[in-house]
Design a protein around this ligand. Sequence first.
Ligand code: TYM
Length: 352
Amino acid sequence: MTTAASGFEPRVFSGIQPSGNVHLGNYLGAIKRFVAMQESHNCVYCVVDLHAVTVWQDPIVLRQKTREVTAAFLAAGIDPSKHIVFNQSQVKEHAELAWLFNCVARMGWLSRMTQFKDKAGKNRENASVGLFAYPSLMAADILAYRATHVPVGEDQKQHLELTRDIAQKFNMDFAGEIDRLGLGLGPDKAYFPLPEPLITGAATRVMSLRDGSKKMSSSDASDLSRLNLTDDVDELAKKVRKAKTDANPLPESLDDLVDRPEARNLINIYSGLSDQAPQDVLTEFAGADFSKFKPALADLAVATLSPITLEMRRLMDDTDHVDAVLRHGAEQARVLAQPVLRDVKAIFGFVS
Ligand code: TYM
């Protein structure tokens, strides 16, 4: 099959911001899938601290959160001896390529990004320039490794489309120079692949436990809205117990959950945690009240998440080890990204 990534060595790239708590949405939508992809791909996993500072971060907290996300990666099963784990700010090629992509991306493209609109809110004039240019940096993260596959939650889909647009415009604008320098790959002799978003499974959009119409998020004011990977067993159980639901028992068919967002969310969470299809979960619990389903979900959440939490705590007490993992990962990342930047600068026509 010829795809937009044909001719390129398959490589996975993804990232998580070290802002706020690492929560169940990050785990099911991203980290759990990062772990699974290690079996079949070369993977590069990044703690995207340059993205985090597009909104104000307390420096002390940023340092701690960077280590916390790294600890979550390792505790969940990402193996830094086989794959690359690092923080973005240690590899300056990300920022350099992002600048060049700022000159490829169009104002109109970035203006359409819903995440910018949501995060900037009404007071756009006061948003940082970095928040607006955020998607160019994300494209740079991925394309600095000529990555072909990007596992993300559904909220990142639009950013991935923009990454593809940037890659495609670069390939077209510079087709002559790419060809002259003999740097193109695949049937189209493109320099960059068009990376494929991998948005799969039942839990690509985990919703708030307090409001089934809102995404589970680290920026939600209510801590009851999310399960954090740092929560202890009692907190996990309490949050599941207090999760908003409706008064009806669980139905037999997924179709009957269409107008029941909170119930649907809990089924999807159960499905994501247990690796069962949502319909199979419903078949098991059809007719049950939430008083029966919630304890089963709490047990499953505790059994799945608390070993990760314990290992994260251990790693958080060993900051020297975590920092060493990041430094080593950054060295390996540079080995891949530096030649790409050299090529891109030659393609642009910079004298070196
Ligand atoms: P971030 O840090 O907001 O989230 C990290 C990952 O978790 C997923 N996610 C969710 N999945 C399901 N349900 C939820 N409620 C939920 N909340 C978050 C996100 O989709 C994401 O996969 N811009 C990115 C970080 C980034 C990146 C990259 C990702 C920077 N560069 C390059 C991939 C490739 C972000 O803010 O994710």
